[in-house]
Design a protein around this ligand. Structure first.
Ligand SMILES: [Mg+2]
Length: 359
């Protein structure tokens, strides 16, 4: 069976609430959706940027790579990826072109699993449909303490047993107090993660990180600017709690550099910066070879399947920004995403949403 048709949709997806972290302030996710068809099957992938002009550039790059998929065998997922990968050598295996490739590669894996009649996690060799997850769609730095506590209890009511707050955009004393109050409110049984979004320098990360450990954080994320690998490794060595990082880097070989330097205790490869499922799986395998767990960043619809199939999958970032694009939500039960037995990613695009969010 060959890929018969590839359609791109440029969308402006409104975020449920403006994203405020130590480095972000956004209201929309400017998204490029790929629909890849073969027979009656449709595979789905997407990439995004903050900013309509940048999303237009992503759409142009995605369009440019479609000849590596159009008319090619659905089952040749890796070979199709490899040809596209070789073709981008000059522009580089990094940046926007990797995001474009990711949307196509992910759509192709989804399509191949659908054509095989299997949910993607089973197509990838997995057996368990449950993936531990944490709520990531909130607890922003601009919240009042009341808003933090209210959202934390809403997350619990939805079935979450782990959640991530953002810190690093305020005075450390303020962050420490907010973490203390949130931990006190949610109790000892809920996992609490904190994302600094690269907002600290090394001495701050070590000093404040040591004090945060009293509040039993599951992990602290991106304490330093993402490119300071050696600094982050020193922070990870100085702290007893897990340090997570890796979401801002491109391709599985960047993950290998992180692993070689012991930059963090948990890597969280970003599906679109990896270049799609092909490279995300390689990143997960590399983590396994280095005896480290692997997590995810955004793109939960596809990432959940990769983590479900990875023996070292730790926890999935639950980020519902693109949920309105699909006809149903991912099922959440007792702190786990429970994957559907429908073929592929198990979710279908909502045609009305594609019209509603058209850019
Ligand atoms: Mg993060």
């Amino acid at each position: 069976m060959n890929i018969s048709n590839i359609v791109l949709h440029r969308l402006s997806v409104p975020l449920p609430r403006a994203v405020r972290t130590s480095i972000h302030n956004h209201t929309h996710a400017d998204t490029v959706v790929v629909e890849m068809r073969a027979g009656d099957h449709v595979g789905v992938g997407y990439c995004f940027a903050f900013g309509a002009h940048r999303a237009r550039a992503l759409a142009a790059l995605t369009e440019d790579l479609t000849p590596f998929y159009q008319g090619k065998p659905v089952s040749a997922v890796s070979a199709n990826f490899e040809a596209a990968w070789r073709s981008i050598n000059f522009v580089g295996h990094t940046g926007a072109v990797m995001m474009a490739l990711s949307a196509l590669d992910t759509a192709c894996w989804d399509l191949a699993a659908r054509a095989a009649g299997l949910p993607l996690f089973r197509y990838l060799g997995g057996a368990c449909a449950r993936v531990p997850t944490y709520a990531s769609e909130g607890l922003w730095v601009d919240y009042s303490v009341d808003e933090l506590l209210k959202e934390a209890s809403a997350f619990r009511a939805k079935g979450h047993r782990a959640m991530k707050m953002r810190i690093g955009g305020r005075e450390p004393a303020d962050d420490l107090e907010r973490v203390r109050l949130l931990r006190e409110a949610i109790g000892p049984d809920v996992k609490l993660l904190a994302d600094v979004n690269q907002g600290w320098d090394e001495p701050t990360a070590i000093r404040v990180g040591r004090r945060l450990q009293a509040h039993d954080l599951y992990w602290i994320e991106e304490p330093l600017p993402y490119e300071d690998l050696e600094g982050c490794a020193r922070v990870a060595a100085a702290l007893d709690m897990r340090v997570a990082s890796g979401e801002t880097e491109y391709g599985s070989l960047a993950m290998k550099r992180h692993l070689d330097l012991r930059v963090a205790d948990v890597l969280m490869p970003d599906l679109q910066r990896m270049g799609g499922i092909t490279e995300y799986r390689r990143a997960a395998e590399l983590c396994r070879a280095y005896h480290q767990p692997v997590s995810s960043h955004l793109f939960m619809e596809a990432s959940a399947h990769v983590l479900a199939a990875a023996p070292n999958g730790l926890i999935l970032e639950h980020m519902d920004w693109w949920q309105p694009l699909f006809t149903e939500a991912l099922r959440l039960e007792e702190g786990c995403v429970v994957l559907s037995e429908n073929p592929g990613i198990g979710l279908d695009l909502d045609r009305k949403a594609l019209d509603r969010f058209k850019a």
